[in-house]
Design a protein around this ligand. Structure first.
Ligand SMILES: Cc1cc2nc3c(=O)[nH]c(=O)nc-3n(C[C@H](O)[C@H](O)[C@H](O)COP(=O)(O)OP(=O)(O)OC[C@H]3O[C@@H](n4cnc5c(N)ncnc54)[C@H](O)[C@@H]3O)c2cc1C
Length: 380
């Protein structure tokens, strides 16, 4: 089916992203995968190409265009290229809205120009060793000391954790407040007592630095509070829909890409004297996956447009997230199977897509949490 959600401008932007990937990313990608981290130069190159801060107002160096379809193009092209390490989507679509939507004028002037140029790489730190799905379990505390907050605690699984120059930390500011006692504090590189732990060894997304962070008596200036004191929960709920859409968009793009390469493979690979594609079982596998992808694509494109127009609610973003990422997981597994032993070899795209994609049903809220959100809204 012909997709109808993009204009010529989006198509031109897709061309820019493809050129960026072929010139600035793919030649270095294998090295980054070995290093467990991407280069800062790639972030600066992304900034020069106008790929950072797409929705940030132009006065701060951004693209000044909040049309989510540009973010969707970026996510689709990165996914098709098999690039997971350079987390532009996290920076643009997840962290960007906190800074632009909640930042004061002074904070925006301080942080957004570097955000858009690639000099300031960002991360968001919610998860702790004892608190992931349930943010009420957060133990990191920030005590009000008059002119600063005193931050203590640790975070884990933080994407961009090693590279980040600016980390939005979710911390407890009112111990008795439960979920309503959390605030967002911005911790900057070099703050005394802010330390990075291990760059964690993962089964996929190996060039993405996912790290532990430690805060030991870090003095966070009062002017680094983002949004309302004790308001983190509401701020997170408001912004998580976009995070989920970004993940969902990558999910369906990955499934479609896997189907494409596997369709090619089964036409070429021969067994029992003829191409695999001549076997009815193989044709049914491809037919089922193609149908599921087409149906999902229709829903996702509608969600992309709704989100671009500001009408997508958290429930539909949750539906998109769990459905598209579970589809991605099923398709990755079936496509690997159709590649036989070659599918298990890391040099084959399908193997990498299998391990890189496995996290998709977990981060940004697990499938089970998405179903909780949907179920609660229907049964309230
Ligand atoms: C590669 C990677 C990158 C990440 N990046 C970031 C990041 O940048 N910033 C950040 O803050 N976090 C990040 N995370 C953390 C991620 O968001 C959490 O791992 C995720 O939210 C799940 O939390 P958890 O690991 O504590 O699992 P748990 O919450 O312990 O869940 C374990 C299992 O129990 C299920 N479960 C939990 N509660 C319920 C329930 N109420 N009903 C039914 N089932 C339930 C879950 O679905 C899951 O299957 C990242 C994680 C990874 C692996």
């Amino acid at each position: 089916m012909q997709r109808q959600i993009f204009t010529e401008e989006h198509d031109a932007f897709r061309g820019t992203v493809r050129t960026f990937l072929s010139k600035e990313v793919l030649p270095h990608y294998e090295q980054w995968e070995q290093d467990g981290i991407v280069s800062r130069e790639a972030w600066l190159a992304a900034g020069r190409q106008g790929l950072l801060g797409l929705a940030v107002p132009e006065e701060y160096g951004g693209g000044g265009n909040a049309d989510f379809r540009y973010s969707a193009v970026l996510a689709e092209e990165f996914t098709r290229a098999g690039v997971s390490g350079l987390a532009l989507g996290l920076h643009n679509d997840i962290i960007g809205p906190y800074l632009t939507g909640l930042g004061t004028d002074e904070q925006k002037r301080r942080w957004l120009p570097g955000f858009c140029s690639g000099e300031t790489i960002t991360a968001i730190a919610m998860t702790e060793p004892g608190a992931g799905s349930d943010l009420q379990g957060i133990r990191t505390t920030a005590d009000d000391k008059g002119d600063h907050w005193l931050l203590n605690g640790s975070k884990t699984f933080i994407s961009n954790g090693i590279l980040a120059d600016l980390v939005i930390v979710v911390a407890k500011t009112s111990p008795e407040g439960g979920a309503k006692g959390l605030s967002l504090l911005v911790v900057e590189r070099g703050a005394e007592g802010f330390e990075r732990g291990r760059n964690l060894d993962k089964i996929g997304q190996r060039s993405q630095d996912t790290a532990e962070l430690f805060f030991n008596d870090v003095r966070v200036p009062k002017e680094n509070l983002l949004g309302e004191p004790d308001g983190a929960f509401i701020h997170l709920m408001t912004n998580l829909a976009q995070e989920r859409m970004g993940i969902a968009v990558a999910g369906i793009a990955a499934a479609e890409h896997l189907l494409e390469i596997t369709t090619r493979y089964v036409k070429e690979r021969e067994a029992f004297g003829r191409p695999l594609s001549k076997l009815q079982h193989i044709r049914f596998e491809i037919a089922e996956m193609a149908t599921e992808c087409a149906v999902t694509r229709a829903f996702l494109d509608r969600c992309i447009v709704d989100h671009s127009e500001g009408t997508l609610d958290a429930v539909h973003a949750s539906m998109a997230k769990w459905w598209a990422t579970e589809l991605q997981k099923r398709v990755a597994d079936r496509c690997l199977q159709l590649h036989g032993g070659y599918g298990y070899m890391t040099e084959y795209q399908v193997a990498k897509a299998f391990t890189d994609g496995r996290i998709q049903t977990i981060y940004g809220g697990t499938t089970e949490i998405m179903k909780e959100i949907i179920g609660r809204s229907l049964l309230a």
